[in-house]
Structures are given as C-alpha cells and as structure tokens.
Ligand binder design. Structure first.
Ligand SMILES: Nc1ncnc2c1ncn2[C@@H]1O[C@H](COP(=O)(O)OP(=O)(O)O)[C@@H](O)[C@H]1O
Ligand SMILES: [Mg+2]
Length: 246
C-alpha cells in the first residue's frame, strides 16, 4: 500500500483536481484506490458526484474518534475507487485536535490498518492539523505547483514544514507537479525552468496543461476520465498515474 498526500497551502493550485484525477486513473489501471477527503470544503467529495450535505458519516467522525475509517468509506462511479467523504463538519476536528497530544498521528494509525493499493489524500489550503495529519500518514507527498510568478516563494513554507517533519522521522518522498501550464505564455517556460533547476528530479516529467474540460468536469460530478477522456487534461493525468505507478 502506498499513501500519497496532495498538499500545498496555496489555494487554487490544483490539489483537488489532481487528487480526484490521479486517484481515478490509478483505479483505471487496475489498482484498488481510496481517496480520503481531508478538506472541510469537501471539493473532492463533490467532484465525484457525492452530495456532501447528505452523508451518513464523514471524516470528521473519524478524526474525532467517533467512527472507524472503514465504516465511512463508500464506492464511487469509478470501478476500484472508493472515497472517505467529508464536509464542513471537519472544521470541528481541525479545531479540537489542536489541544490533543499526538494530534499529528491520528490519521496515520487509521490508514495503516487499511488494505488498498493506493490511498490518496486531499488537503485544505492551510498547513493546519488536517494537512499535518495527511503528511504524517503518507509515504509520498505530491505538491501541485501552479506555474506563475509567485509559485516558488509560496513553496518555502511547505518545505519548512516538511523539513520539521523530517526531524521527527516522518519523511514522505517529495514530488512536485507543474499544473495549469499554458505554453503560449512566456512566463510558463521561465517559471518551469526555474522550478526544475531548484527542485531537479523531484519535479514530475509530466506537466498538466491548462484545460477548460478539467474545470467543467466537477460540475458533472465526474473525474476527467469519465467526462472527456481524450482532452489534454485527461492525457496529462493519465500520464501522471503512469509516472506515479512506475
Ligand atoms: N489544469 C487545469 N486547467 C485549468 N483549470 C484548472 C486546472 N486544474 C485546476 N483547474 C481549476 O482551477 C481551480 C482550482 O483548482 P483546484 O483543483 O480546486 O485547486 P485546490 O484544490 O488546490 O484549491 C478549479 O476551478 C479547477 O477546476
Ligand atoms: Mg481543493
């Protein structure tokens, strides 16, 4: 089993889009995949066509130790892909955990008891208790980086947190994914080159192009592989799944 957190405290850089579509393509390759939605906004949950406001149980129950992770997992429309859904209730756990000893390890223990090929965790746009729990539970962290002028600056805070976790013995492998690339813009190549020279092989070879189909898919409650499998965004995420699985 491999556990992968998708994290970057910057909002709108493509975390949820990457979580849903990477998870879906890994499942299409034949793996048994669990998506854990750890963002109270519940965007991954909604993206997969699940009504987040009518969930019998959600990740808040799990993080508050009121339900077992196994008991809240539900199937999705993608064969082989399950989800541990969430909604705004999760702000409770985020707040309560702050005063708990060992708060960063809660998710790790629960995830380790599971039996999947991959567990992919979506995180909120903050380095709070949920992102901390996701990073501590993970073997690998994928950081989506929107190719724009301030991208590198924003990475420093996350890298500092990862360095601090390193010292505690939590060392998820760090990988970076360039997202929303538009090669018609000069800045795209400048920033991509800068990021690759700074982070080297940690940056995935595949880049995700800017593609409007990726914006439309969530409103239909579908991952891109079911919404428009031949668009450029779909091909990007398919290649990402191949690179992750390699
Ligand atoms: N490759 C892309 N091309 C175009 N739009 C994208 C792409 N990736 C994400 N988006 C859009 O950008 C917005 C933010 O993406 P999202 O995945 O929700 O980011 P985050 O979860 O980091 O906040 C969404 O409207 C999404 O549809
Ligand atoms: Mg998101």
């Amino acid at each position: 089993m491999e556990v992968i957190a998708i994290a970057n405290q910057k909002g709108g850089c493509g975390k949820t889009t990457t979580t849903v579509n990477l998870a879906a393509y890994l499942a299409l390759r034949g793996s048994h995949v669990l998506l854990i939605d750890l963002d109270p906004q519940g965007s991954s949950t909604t993206h997969l066509g699940i009504d987040k406001d009518n969930l019998p149980k959600n990740m808040n129950e799990v993080m508050m130790d009121r339900a077992k992770l196994e008991d809240i997992i539900i199937p999705t429309t993608v064969k082989g892909l399950d989800i541990a859904p969430t909604n705004n209730d999760l702000v409770e756990a985020d707040a309560v955990l702050t005063s708990k000893v060992g708060r960063e390890k809660r998710l790790r223990k629960k995830v380790q008891a599971l039996n999947y090929d991959y567990v992919i965790i979506d995180t909120p746009p903050a380095l709070g208790n949920m992102t901390l729990n996701a990073l501590v539970a993970s073997d690998r962290v994928i950081v989506p980086v929107q190719v724009e002028f301030f991208a590198v600056e924003g990475l420093k805070t996350l890298i500092r947190m990862l360095d601090e976790l390193d010292e505690l013995g939590y060392q998820p492998e760090r990988r970076y994914l360039l997202t929303m690339c538009d090669n018609r813009r000069k800045i795209t190549e400048e920033v991509s080159t800068k990021i690759r020279s700074l982070l080297g092989d940690a940056v995935f070879k595949v880049v995700i192009p800017e593609n409007v189909r990726l914006v439309e898919a969530p409103s239909q409650g579908l991952p891109i592989c079911l919404y428009d499998p031949s668009c450029s965004g779909a091909l990007g995420y398919k290649d990402l799944a191949d690179e992750v699985a390699a």
